[in-house]
Design a protein around this ligand. Structure first.
Ligand SMILES: C[S@@+](CC[C@H](N)C(=O)[O-])C[C@H]1O[C@@H](n2cnc3c(N)ncnc32)[C@H](O)[C@@H]1O
Length: 246
């Protein structure tokens, strides 16, 4: 089995305990409200890589009907427990079990970095979303959070300087992100152009980029490296399916 797929099965409980149902403030206070805002006005919404469905539950609270798909049986099972009325389907993002133009909009939240054949999944989303429909892709910022990016302290200056080093941005690579307690999840870093070009080739026009301020910065961190407040962790691409491409 693909290691990435296996990791999500093995670590589904870790994901739920650490990131869902209010466990993660960045999600509950920043990402979920933003997704709800970006999806408002759309009726039938698809989420690819829905995990245990926290986004589709948030959309349901504002009366947006949505369907979530995920390749992990454990994530789907947990999602069904959290809300038995959620529509969650086990499926790959690269092969969606829906008819053409079925949805008004779609979202992929912190997923594309984990999908090997991500271009295939964009083509599939384009197939199932109506012309004029919206596709929102939220990801770890591919430029500012590329592997190897980190704070550097330069003690050769007085006072010492602290700056954010950008890792090997152009090198596309698959690596493991270690979260502690034996949990590691493979992801692929790709330059931003790969995503924007693939969206364009799938018939999407980018209408807006959102780089939210990093969430949950502590006073202590600000004293030490105040630039931290100006380096986004997330990038959100908002695009629209070109008309005449149904
Ligand atoms: C970081 S979680 C995000 C869950 C959800 N989008 C959220 O924001 O709460 C990523 C999810 O993507 C799913 N996933 C990864 N590759 C996939 C693929 N090729 N097809 C469908 N789901 C996939 C994983 O099983 C996992 O549940």
């Amino acid at each position: 089995m693909d290691q990435s797929k296996n990791s999500w099965e093995l670590n589904s409980e870790w994901w739920q305990n650490s990131f869902t149902n209010g466990a993660n403030a960045e999600y509950s206070q920043q990402l979920l409200p933003l997704v709800v805002e970006l999806m408002s006005g759309f009726q039938k919404v698809l989420e690819i890589g829905t995990g245990e469905g926290q986004i589709i539950r948030a959309l349901k609270e504002v009366s947006i009907n949505s369907v979530g798909i995920d390749q992990s049986a454990n994530q789907i099972r947990h999602g069904k427990k959290s809300d038995p009325s959620s529509v969650l389907v086990r499926s790959l993002a690269e092969q969606l079990p829906f008819r053409n133009s079925f949805f008004d909009a779609a979202i992929a939240c912190l997923v594309v970095e984990h999908v090997e054949l991500f271009e295939e999944s964009f083509r599939e989303v384009s197939r199932v979303v109506k012309s004029g429909g919206r596709f929102v892709v939220a990801m770890n910022h591919p430029l500012l959070q590329s592997p190897g990016s980190s704070w550097v302290e330069d003690w050769t200056t007085d006072p010492p300087e602290k700056y954010w080093r950008i890792g090997s941005y152009l090198r596309e690579e698959r690596s493991e992100e270690y979260f502690g307690d034996g949990v590691s999840i493979p992801f692929t870093h790709r330059p931003l152009s790969r995503y924007l070009n693939a969206l364009s080739e799938s018939g999407f026009v980018t209408t807006r980029l959102i780089e939210p301020e990093p969430f949950g910065i502590y006073e202590e961190e600000l004293k030490w490296k105040n630039e931290i407040a100006f380096i986004p962790r997330l990038l959100i691409i908002v695009c629209e399916k070109s008309s005449g491409t149904d």
